[in-house]
Design a protein. Sequence first.
Lengths: 270, 264
Amino acid sequence: MVTTATPPKARLHHVECVMGTAVSFDVRDTTPHRDGLDEAIAWLHHVDHTFSTYIDDSPISRLGRAEITLDDVDEEVTDILLLCEQLNDDTDGAFDAFAVPAPNGTTLDPSGVVKGWSIERAAHILEAHGHTDFTINAGGDIAIRGHAAPDTPWTVGIRHPHDRDALAMVLDVVGPAAVATSATYERGAHIIDPRTGQPTTELASVTVVGPDLTLVDAYSTAIFVMGLSGLQWLARHRGHEAMAITHDDRMHLTPGFTAWRRPEIERPAY
Amino acid sequence: MERPSPTDQRSKRGLGADQAARLAALNARRTGSAASRAPRRGVQPPTQRDALNARLDALANRRSLPPPSARAGALTPNHAGPRSRRRHPAQGARAAALGLSLASTGALAALFAVTGGNPSAGNQVAAASIVASPRPATALVPGSAGATSMAAAPVSTTPPVAAATDAVVDGAVFHNRWGDVQVEATFAPDGTLLDVTTLQTPYIDGRSVRINEIAVPQLNSEALTAQSAEVDTVSGATYTSNDYRRSLQSAIDAARAAGLTAIA
């Protein structure tokens, strides 16, 4: 292979406030245009308007109030709800889009899938426009493609649930991959166990790594509800690894999780 | 990474037109039903759609009953009473951003007009410095139940080295149901955002304090991650405080208006 001088990096960085969170795009390949970014942003706003449980007249809110039926909504709404039902079966009810009160007063809330799914799809939009190396971080849930720099993995910090300004671990990740973390303090509210209606308390945070943010995000939520037993449950999903942190500040890792762990943080010698 | 199983790949390309068919096939295989015929592309098999409609109907019926107060309380731990229609967080941010982008020297006036913020808090520029922090070690301890356990010693992020002429900009004050939120942003001479600290956070009861003690540093990290050399990005649940973001945005805009930074 002929090695030539690395072309200058035209880094594209953008933060979009959408879906109630800050979505951060970090594109590091040399694809010059930002058409893909614009399309991805438009897509996320479309998803927001369709699935927001904060908007009273969004299709999902109207569906939750039974003002409309599946015949009246886009196919993607039905697809998402079917995926929610698959996850409900798969998790024995630990993930349930029909059981937890939503901000719009209904109990139809597929948000646990929508964010990861929409970000994963935004990643596909960027790829369709020729982008190869980027991350999209939506409030701590990340879709990853390619490298941060030539031959350099992305370094992904896992937020420490109990220690301000600290990371619990740093991962080296080469895309395509996804990282999602669920924790109790999200948006100042607890994560509700749909089987009991009560907040879950066993874990302080759960991080899942896998190939696709749609499922990675949903699995992190489900494991958070399941507790430590969720780490064993995850074994049925090949390609996924998880880390749970309990309130005594112990990390509990699935056997393959350490493969993602950054061996050592390089420190410059002064 | 291991090669993902077909199950894991089912949404590899997002929920495309053939997603429903793939889901149906997956469901048929797992439940062992005889309905293993390939459904038409882009059309949900009637049985699954009917099941979904049945659940939606059940939802509508349940809505006619008064909601369990325990559930409503669990979702709204910070204040009493059910939450009425809330403004979508992004709407406020967009409104604030719009107001800010329209203004230059009159940025603050526009901001307060849009958001109703506290006019007594002006933006100001002054000198400041950054303090570095050491990194504790991470110790391995015996695991259990097939999973490895270790003490979750924090790995402190290393703040950028401060130059002598960093600029500190106070963001506008935003008031919410829990109190006032105001941040202070530090910019390097080249306009890089170095640090964000919180000048005011809401305080009403113990829970508010608890939430903000944890939440604010996360938002600090979120703001800093974009330019951090230590890690490229951070995974972690984010308390998405709209007021925090608006205050930070107002600080950035004020800095930009003063020629201190090129951050958008």
